[in-house]
Design a binder for this molecule. Sequence first.
Ligand code: PHE
Length: 338
Amino acid sequence: MLNDISELRKQIEQDITAIASNGGPESFRLKHLVRKGTIAQLFDRLREVPKEEKREVGQALNELRTLAEGALAEAQASVAAAQPTERVDVTLPGRTLYRGHPHPIMAAKERMEEIFVRMGFAIATGPIVEDDYHNFEALNFTPDHPARDMQDTFFVKVGDRDDIVLRTHTSPVQIRVMQSQKPPIRAIMPGRVYRNEAVSARALAEFHQVEGLYIDRGVTMAQLKGTLFEFAKAYYSADVQFRFRPSYFPFTEPSAEIDISCFLCGGAGCKICKGSGWLEIGGCGMVHPNVLRNCGIDPEIYSGYAFGMGIERTEMLRMGLDDIRVLYENDVRLLEQA
Ligand code: PHE
């Protein structure tokens, strides 16, 4: 027995010197110091030792255990000391990386485009700096037409020309599309427009519109209304109410303003809709025969409808904003809602 103890002692002393490379203090503990470990096994055999030797054997075993426990404690302490004080908690959730996304106005433009493209409209664009002909004249505004006053225009000096403007609406793109394509034409024309206007909660000097144009044989105002109603249902909600209100534009006849039911009060009347229950999102009408003629399209054969909606205004109503200017302030709290 004493022999076995001294054998084990040699083994343990060896293990102590190699404790770090042999799997650390924990494997040392599991080998020697647990209930089924080497030392406990020898303790179990203490029963078989003759009475007169028990004391000596017991003492040797106790010494061995003290030695092993001491070495273990030391090894554990040095492992703990080598441990970095800051630890990585791999169970923590990761940090959110914020990715950019389109500005609400661009997101709204894309949403509108998507709805109309689904209905079969193509997307067309035209210049922002226009001439009087495309912005006014071809659209049936005569030089002294009082409707020119509806559009407060920014003029641009280009050489000695005095007919260059920042387009006041996207309707000149209608002209360019009709001049370059033959019917049937079905296109929307999104873009930036300018008006020399005081900026207010309801109006901006620089904003965006989406124009729509459909020219074919037998196009009717009922189709115009149906198309815009479907748009309103897709853009706002399936239960939106919709109406046309008679209006005037030189380039359409008959003409209408497009109203949707107020999203805030549902039509009962509130501050946003000024008590009327309705909100205006744009204008529309049947393309005036003079406009078709100006673009080389025979009004006896073809008819068409056109519409124009403000992107900011349309989106402001969807987001429930009561001031259009916040769309240009770039406050992240608003941008995040897009
Ligand atoms: N261009 C008109 C505006 O800016 C809107 C409109 C477009 C009306 C097409 C009728 C047809 O107010």
